[in-house]
Design a protein. Structure first.
Length: 221
């Protein structure tokens, strides 16, 4: 039977018994209180909490000021000796202590099942998270490898095109250089012959005519 707010939860025996159910005469922790009120048969149960739980006074039946001895399964509430006759006649009664132990055992199984399910769900999520991260890692690796391949491919193509242009440039410059040499040679020859013609002005007309014909023949053949 509940005695003090400083006691442990009578259901999970782990958390602090900060909440007292007046119908069940039991101390509950916060989580077990929520679970208790979720039960359809217990949703109307009333609780006192914290300082409202008298640490010294033994909680009694409010109608008869007697201790609770039985548990009415039909009404889902603890009852005293007089209540069994006055209010709960012909109702299914069980020993309060045994009912409390049974309820504690049932709730412990529910919590254990919930814990197992939660652990399984957690493990599933962790496995999924690990697999997902591995997939992302593999995708990044593939993208990086593909990027490096195409980068090298493009760099090689650029290098080949640059070399092709440079080779064409060298060929063109070589040809231009050869043409420059030819035309420079012709230009120099023209200058030399112009000089020669000028020097021939002092020669007699007959000899000059002959030389001029020879020069014309040379430049026209």
């Amino acid at each position: 039977m509940a005695q003090a707010a400083a006691s442990t939860c009578e259901i999970c025996t782990g958390g602090p018994g900060e909440h007292y159910c007046q119908q069940c005469d039991q101390l509950y922790c916060g989580n077990c209180k929520i679970s208790h009120l979720r039960a359809k048969s217990c949703k109307n149960h009333t609780f006192v909490s914290g300082r409202d739980i008298n640490q010294e006074e033994k909680l009694l039946c409010t109608d008869h000021k007697e201790s609770f001895l039985f548990y009415c399964q039909d009404c889902d509430t603890p009852v005293c000796r007089i209540c069994t006759v006055e209010k709960h006649s012909r109702h299914l009664m069980t020993d309060l202590t045994k009912s409390t132990k049974k309820l504690r055992s049932e709730l412990a199984k529910v919590i254990e099942l919930k814990e197992t399910t939660s652990r399984q769900n957690l493990n599933t999520i962790e496995r999924y998270t690990k697999a997902y991260r591995e997939e992302v890692k593999a995708a990044i690796k593939t993208i990086t490898e593909e990027g490096n391949y195409w980068k090298k491919f493009i760099d090689k193509k650029v290098e080949d095109f640059v070399k092709l242009v440079q080779d064409e440039e060298q060929k063109a410059l070589h040809n231009m250089s050869a043409l420059i040499k030819v035309h420079r040679k012709d230009f120099e020859n023209c200058q030399q012959w112009q000089k020669n013609i000028k020097e021939m002005e002092s020669i007699a007309d007959v000899l000059l005519l002959k030389n001029l014909r020879n020069l014309k023949l040379m430049w026209t053949t």
